[in-house]
Design a protein around this ligand. Structure first.
Ligand SMILES: Nc1nc2c(ncn2[C@@H]2O[C@H](COP(=O)(O)OP(=O)(O)OP(=O)(O)O)[C@@H](O)[C@H]2O)c(=O)[nH]1
Ligand SMILES: [Mg+2]
Length: 450
């Protein structure tokens, strides 16, 4: 290669010795290069040793792989957080502040949804006080896309058939919290005055606009027209009421999300995320590997490569979804979609020997909907004239899921079912212990058979 070709490539040029180098300079440079190589080799050795140690620990510990499956918004990521709370509570605590922009995003999305719905029923014409609230809250609602982009690490997802009816949605990708931590090295609680310069602009703007509008947000949420709409045609996320009712606390300048806030947050999962826990089960140390997947239809093909090596599945079906339709296909009732998906899982030959657990989830939301008089029969005609009460409704749905399992199961697979509300930490942790225990019993029984 000619010297002028080398100099045209800035990287190669930077590594070339100077043209007018003296013999002493050359000796010094070579010494420096030998030292730098030693440091670099040292780093390589340390990295290799770390990898070997991880491999050795993995070989010593059996690895149990557990898939969390179910449609979008069924509660998979919330259940994952409960596993983290149980097996790695310090990690959850350390990551609380990284959820702050997501709490803001959930609030802003709920407000945008409410304003949209009021527009559709033309309430702004008949209610001047609502029109006034819209004026003050619109700049806040306008922050939705910018915050979504911040949370998703710059990914702008549109037109995937999974986005919200209210526009832009945010997705979580593997490693997003590490990314967020890097960007926000100092925390508010340390009182570091440089903090504000580390907060991304969209989050900072959202924080001060929420603080400035907190009374208007409160007034909008409590307005009788909004309350009436929220119980009928207005389909907000399950956590919207929780966050809107907590607005005074969240608008506080030193706000850091509580564990309860973290459990209520809604953030869609993109693809498949892997989470490892070193746990002691039945007196043995094991690596528990949880796979949390995106549940919308467009994400489901990405689950398949994980089926082969899995040991157990927890399938989540939200029973409260009987009056809702899929965001990705507005004609499909969400309970129907859950049953179809459940049928595919039960039928799948690759999964036929896995330990199978069914969580009939969101029972708290189901109870609230039934208490508000939302009739199951209106959406699921086969329910007929049975009483619109929790016991009848929950048993009716459970019977359907059990029937699908019975009809499609091959092999010797047992099904474990639980009625759950995975935002309830105490109840869910009792179930987690139970489920982990029985997965391990199966795992070791299997190992002895081989
Ligand atoms: N009230 C109540 N809310 C729940 C329950 N389970 C989940 N949620 C809420 O429902 C929303 C969706 O839960 P996620 O865990 O994000 O759902 P997901 O299955 O991971 O959804 P995708 O990632 O889109 O597949 C969150 O706001 C949760 O706080 C429950 O049992 N009761
Ligand atoms: Mg999720």
């Amino acid at each position: 290669m000619l010297r002028h070709d080398v100099l045209e490539d800035p990287l190669t040029a930077a590594l070339q010795p100077p043209l007018d180098e003296t013999p002493e300079e050359k000796t010094k440079r070579l010494k420096r290069e030998i030292k730098a190589k030693r440091v670099s080799d040292g780093i390589d050795v340390a990295l290799r040793a770390e990898r070997d140690e991880l491999k050795r620990r993995r070989a010593q510990r059996p690895e149990v792989k557990l898939l969390l499956l179910g449609q979008a918004s069924s509660g998979k990521s919330t259940l994952l957080k409960q596993f983290q709370l149980y097996y790695a509570p310090d990690m959850v605590d350390a990551q609380r502040s990284s959820w702050r922009p997501v709490v803001y995003f959930n609030i802003i999305k709920a407000i945008a949804g409410i304003l949209d719905a009021l527009e559709q029923v033309a309430y702004f014409d008949s209610h001047p006080e609502l029109a006034q609230l819209r004026m003050t809250l619109l700049p806040l609602a306008d922050l939705e896309p910018a915050l979504a982009v911040q949370i998703s690490g710059g990914v702008y997802v549109t037109g995937t058939g999974t986005s919200s009816p209210y526009g832009q949605d945010a997705y979580v990708r593997p490693g997003w919290q590490t990314l967020a931590k890097g960007k926000m090295k100092s925390s508010r609680t340390t009182g570091d005055s440089a903090y504000s310069s580390h907060i991304p602009a969209a989050e900072e703007t959202a924080a001060w606009r929420i603080a400035a509008c907190k009374d208007d947000i409160h007034a909008l949420w409590l307005h009788p027209a909004v309350q009436a709409l929220s119980k009928k045609q207005l389909q907000l996320e399950d956590s919207a009421a929780f966050f809107l009712e907590s607005i005074q606390r969240i608008a506080w300048p030193d706000y850091v999300p509580s564990v309860d806030d973290v459990l209520h947050v809604r953030l869609q999962t993109l693809g498949v995320t892997e989470h490892q826990f070193e746990v002691s089960l039945l007196g043995k140390n094991v690596n528990l590997c949880l796979y949390d997947v995106g549940g919308a239809r467009g994400h489901r093909p990405k689950w398949v490569p994980y089926f082969d090596s899995a040991h157990a599945i927890i399938f989540l079906a939200p029973l409260s979804a009987y009056d809702q339709y899929l965001e990705e296909d507005r004609r499909t009732n969400r309970i129907d979609d859950s049953l179809q998906l459940w049928t595919e899982i039960c039928k799948n030959q690759v999964l036929k020997n896995l330990h199978l657990v069914l969580f009939l989830n969101k029972t708290d939301v189901l109870k609230a909907k039934l208490a508000a008089g939302i009739k199951v029969k209106k959406y699921i005609t086969s329910f007929g004239d049975r009483p619109n009460e929790y016991t009848e409704v929950s048993q009716y749905f459970r019977a359907h899921f059990l029937q699908v399992h019975r009809r499609n199961v091959t092999g010797r697979r047992v099904l474990y079912t639980h009625f759950t509300s995975v935002i309830d930490t105490k109840a869910t942790q009792t179930i987690i212990v139970n489920v982990a225990d029985s997965i391990m019993r199966d795992y070791f029984a299997e190992a002895r058979l081989v």
